[in-house]
Design a protein around this ligand. Structure first.
Ligand SMILES: Nc1ncnc2c1ncn2[C@@H]1O[C@H](COP(=O)(O)OP(=O)(O)OP(=O)(O)O)[C@@H](O)[C@H]1O
Ligand SMILES: [Mg+2]
Length: 296
């Protein structure tokens, strides 16, 4: 395989072309993309000698190629646990996780986790060395092949001029590009990100969201992204899986493919935000309403 194969979107092979009926190119693309990741009846639990914690309960969902699939829900609803399970770091209590039809039974280079704040970059290594490192250490790619792939992926994320720079010389957005390039160099099927921007101030966060979307426009990777911010979910996501409070169950799956960074403040953005807010908090509102009922 040549280095130009890196992160190229795979064409739909087994899915029939769905009539778009006036849909935009993006909707159309989503409609024809094959299913990549299937989650079926997924119950995840932590067992300690004292406690049994059910983190997610019978979750069903599917991620298609080139989705920016956001898992959204309140703190403690099991988002990170779900991502860990997709990463292969946790075994389901019930249900299945399948990638390209194959059961996930452990971690693998087909699912790359991009960690919070990109602190996984090694400060003593250059951009190029950082990208080369996992390829060589895993033995997946070697020698000239690894170098070609690294240079190609660095070019894709537009960092060729900075390939000999060290992480401390880069902006936050550029570090993210390196972290993503490093993950993409392994040719994963899907990138997993768990609240990568949670610790950032509002302005930087917005900039990083924008950078992530720009990069997606250029490279079209498949992303599974966890957040508990409604706004971030709508900006980043093409589809949003809304989970209930602990234990996480599926409340809804919503289309946000037409709304991004530029849609913030528009009526459509506001309407989706309201809808999600309702889905996330209807449980609590129900409680409040019951509490307010006069005692018989
Ligand atoms: N290692 C663990 N051992 C026992 N229970 C755990 C462990 N990790 C998480 N939990 C529990 O599992 C549930 C889901 O946790 P998880 O971290 O997946 O939530 P989350 O949706 O990612 O929350 P947040 O938005 O705060 O990151 C919580 O009740 C949490 O307390
Ligand atoms: Mg979490």
């Amino acid at each position: 395989m040549t280095s130009s194969a890196i992160a190229q979107p795979r064409q739909a092979q087994d899915s029939p072309r769905v009539g778009a009926g006036g849909a935009t190119a993006q909707q159309d693309a989503a409609a024809v993309m094959p299913k990549l990741l299937e989650v079926e009846g997924l119950t995840l639990q932590y067992k300690t000698p004292q406690h049994l914690v059910t983190a997610t309960y019978r979750i069903d969902c599917a991620v298609h190629e080139q989705d920016r699939y956001v898992v959204l829900g309140p703190s403690g609803c099991g988002k990170s646990t779900m991502l860990k399970a997709v990463g292969g770091f946790m075994t389901p209590e019930e249900g299945h996780i399948r990638l390209r039809g194959r059961e996930v039974v452990g971690p693998g280079p087909d699912r790359m986790m991009v960690f919070q704040e990109f602190e996984q970059l090694m400060p003593w290594k250059t951009v190029l060395e950082n990208v080369l490192f996992p390829m060589r250490i895993s033995g997946r790619f070697k020698g000239k092949d690894a170098m070609e792939r690294a240079l190609s992926v660095i070019d894709k994320v537009k960092l060729t001029k900075f390939r000999d720079a060290f992480p401390h010389m880069l902006s936050g957005g550029m570090k993210m590009r390196v972290a993503i390039a490093r993950a993409m160099a392994m040719e994963p099927d899907i990138l997993l990100m768990d609240e990568p921007f949670a610790a950032l101030d509002a302005l930087t966060r917005r900039k990083m969201q924008d950078e992530l979307l720009q990069l997606w426009e250029q490279v079209r990777f498949t992303l599974m992204f966890v957040t508990h911010s409604i706004e971030e979910a709508i900006i980043v996501g093409s589809r949003i899986l809304v989970l209930s409070p602990h234990p996480g169950r599926v409340r809804a799956e919503l289309d946000a493919s037409q709304l991004d960074f530029n849609a913030v403040g528009t009526p459509a953005f506001g309407a989706l935000s309201e809808k999600i807010h309702g889905l996330l908090f209807e449980h609590e509102l129900g409680h409040a309403a019951r509490h307010e009922e006069p005692e018989a």
